[in-house]
Design a protein around this ligand. Sequence first.
Ligand SMILES: Cc1cc2nc3c(=O)[nH]c(=O)nc-3n(C[C@H](O)[C@H](O)[C@H](O)COP(=O)(O)OP(=O)(O)OC[C@H]3O[C@@H](n4cnc5c(N)ncnc54)[C@H](O)[C@@H]3O)c2cc1C
Ligand SMILES: *[C@@H]1O[C@H](CO)[C@@H](O)[C@H](O)[C@H]1NC(C)=O
Ligand SMILES: *[C@@H]1O[C@H](CO)[C@@H](O)[C@H](O)[C@H]1NC(C)=O
Length: 535
Amino acid sequence: MAKTVAVIGAGVSGLTSIKACLEEGLEPTCFEQSSDIGGLWRFTEKVEEDRASIYNSVVTNSSKEMSCFSDFPMPDDFPNFLHNSKFLQYLRMYAAHFELLKYIRFKTKVICLEKNQDSSVPGQWILVAERDGKQESFIFDAAMICTGHQIEAYVPLASFPGIEKFKGTYLHSRNYKSPERFHEKTVVIVGMGNSAADIAVEICRKAKKVILSTRGGSWVMSRVADNGYPWDTIFHSRFADVTRNYLPWLFLQWMTEQKMNQWFDHENYGLVPRNRSLMKEPVFNDDLPSRILCGAVTVKPIVQEFTETSAVFEDGTVEEKVDAVIFATGYSVAFPFLEKSVIKVEDNRVPLYKHVFPPQLEKPTLAVIGLIQPLGPIMPTSELQARWATRVFKELSTLPSESIMVADTVKRSKKRIKWFGTSRSQSIQTNFIEYLDELAASFGAKPNLLWLLLKDPKLALTMFFGPCTPFQFRLVGPGKWAGARDAILTQKERIIKPTKTRVVDSSSCHTIFTFLKILSVLALFAAVFLSLVQH
Ligand SMILES: Cc1cc2nc3c(=O)[nH]c(=O)nc-3n(C[C@H](O)[C@H](O)[C@H](O)COP(=O)(O)OP(=O)(O)OC[C@H]3O[C@@H](n4cnc5c(N)ncnc54)[C@H](O)[C@@H]3O)c2cc1C
Ligand SMILES: *[C@@H]1O[C@H](CO)[C@@H](O)[C@H](O)[C@H]1NC(C)=O
Ligand SMILES: *[C@@H]1O[C@H](CO)[C@@H](O)[C@H](O)[C@H]1NC(C)=O
């Protein structure tokens, strides 16, 4: 049975992995190559070689009640979407509260992780770490890789002939920090993810002209959803999830399109995704449609080639006198320190069992945490992965045979392609609630809603119709937390508190609405019951 665990990286995934080890009585040692915690969320002016790099204005696209760890709600006065510095503050609070810092070796970079072949104990790992130019090697019973997947910039330069002749500047979004240097410039931004849209919207306030060049387009959503609630607190409810799973596929697609086009017609704005049949991860940007409407950002197809001074687009149009090009074209997954045979990355795809375990190991003592895009926040996802992985290390949960695991990764990949398509950027996309439930179920932390409906109906209804917040996975099983029920029942207050900062009279014509509300709750009650019985 494993006892000592190496945790590589001290970002979101690394911190929660240390915590999971401690919860299970394992002995974690965390290696972090930089001098501080936070990973991607610690903004610095200077780009560091082996750490994700963000621009100054990054604000979370998942809201605070959804993006916290399951036993550590965010302070009620934190805004719903957090500036990166505020999110880092939360991570610091988490690390301090659970006393995680003392397990971290800073400025220590892991340069090699390989199987310990000549040990009598199977499954052990040899880890070589470097600090101040000095190397030291260690032996661990298990290892958790928490190095993130936003380090290695991906720029398909080969698909942009002429870029080598281009006389202006070009850079990857990883090297973009703030808009000042683009004052009065003509800028082409290639890509249509969150970063591309953010950068376009930010630069266009300073630049002469901003062109957003996209091959595939994207759905653009607002962070603000129905009645002003954060989008994910509406989208990620169990009720909405059940509805999505039971609706016929074509109807669901039609409905999604209607919903997306309610705000603005994506066709008229040249943004409609090339392959509409997909639930490709949307872009969250409240300003983009308004910037396009005001003529500050122009949407164009992909660049076909560059000349010394201009960009030629696929539709034959040419933009002259381009000063800068920013490639917001994403990242490649890589494990530079890991023995190649352990995990094979092919076409940016990583075949891991339930996105965590390499299926071909003699013993499941290596876990990859946080290598996933869950269409929701990564924090509770990494956390559940880590809780499951540490149970597996301790042999309290077992994995199926290699062939079953391989078959599962194939099946999962097919399903992903149906929902999200084959695009490179979607290679690690998964559903959110379904995946969390699956992880939780494998070690007994999945809540039983039907049972709860009888025992604690108020809680059960909040859990079903309200946002699927991380606290739901601390109600039962190993690692259960006494504060979970209360955290669920008070989540709405924490959502409203930071916006309702002026006392207002509430309107009084409530009686008829209350009656209607009760009626609809009864109807929904029946619906829940039916759907749960079906499960
Ligand atoms: C612009 C942007 C916005 C985002 N917004 C959101 C959001 O709103 N919500 C959300 O859920 N997700 C968001 N994400 C996704 C983001 O990846 C996760 O939120 C989270 O940062 C992942 O944490 P991590 O710990 O897995 O990786 P990271 O935060 O990248 O941390 C990895 C750590 O590993 C260290 N490391 C790397 N290699 C080594 C080595 N060899 N040895 C030792 N240490 C090493 C690095 O220094 C780093 O500290 C966003 C991503 C980007 C790029
Ligand atoms: C938030 O933005 C990051 C960076 O573009 C992305 O990786 C992540 O998937 C986004 N989250 C959601 C829920 O769209
Ligand atoms: C759209 O995606 C689906 C599912 O991946 C695929 O079968 C179909 O061929 C794609 N259509 C186009 C036009 O790319």
